[in-house]
Ligand binder design. Sequence first.
Ligand SMILES: NC(=O)c1ccc[n+]([C@@H]2O[C@H](COP(=O)([O-])OP(=O)(O)OC[C@H]3O[C@@H](n4cnc5c(N)ncnc54)[C@H](OP(=O)(O)O)[C@@H]3O)[C@@H](O)[C@H]2O)c1
Length: 218
Amino acid sequence: MTTAIIGIGNIGGAVARHLVAGGESVVLAATDQSHVEALAGQLGPLARAASVEDAIADGDAVVFAVWLDTMRELIPQHARLLEGKVVVDPSNPIGFDENGQPFRTLPEGQSAGSVVAALLPAGAHYVKAFGTLGAGALAAGARREPRRAVLFYATDDDTAAATIERLVRTAGFDPVKAGGVADAGRIEVPGGDLYQQGLNGPLVDLDQARAMLGEMPA
Ligand SMILES: NC(=O)c1ccc[n+]([C@@H]2O[C@H](COP(=O)([O-])OP(=O)(O)OC[C@H]3O[C@@H](n4cnc5c(N)ncnc54)[C@H](OP(=O)(O)O)[C@@H]3O)[C@@H](O)[C@H]2O)c1
């Protein structure tokens, strides 16, 4: 299996490193091809650089590790290629003002997940994931011992759920389903109660995550 990662910044770079460390093949794309080739070179034989179009075509799953506005451009451009693919969306409805202060870019109650899911062709398998921790926590939190840290995900789609469970484990975390697309806002920031316990909170393990969802420990 190959995972395409579109965008190799804070989130895409960490996801690429963690997946390769877990043995997954990745195909990377961004706007600056020299960055993409440099990262692919660092990651070794499981990683290669491609154009956005070729990466999407070659990926079984496609992680759009770009900002929501970029997704609004890229998804319609490549809609035909996304038919049948698992589309992983880490986006948050967040922007930063000139003083670096965060603000919400969507109306209260509207999640980035609902926006992205609505952009996709009917045959794509949508899941919200890999954006539920701050970038530093995501980069540092993989393969935690003695208990792995959890990454929440949200989807209505069984194919997407099976794929993201595999990818989250490969990346060195335990996957926990927070709900369907209607619950995506719970794992987004600002406002999501399951997004790293507000913002920059502690990482949680499987039992803590299940308790947060009101479930019994396994
Ligand atoms: N940063 C966080 O703590 C955090 C936490 C959770 C979720 N998220 C979400 O994750 C997403 C990515 O955030 P980030 O912090 O990783 O962003 P970032 O560091 O700014 O990286 C964005 C990436 O997108 C690429 N890109 C921009 N326009 C593109 C285009 N038209 N085609 C292909 N690639 C393009 C950039 O490539 P070039 O550099 O080559 O232009 C860059 O690699 C956002 O939706 C954000 O809300 C971020």
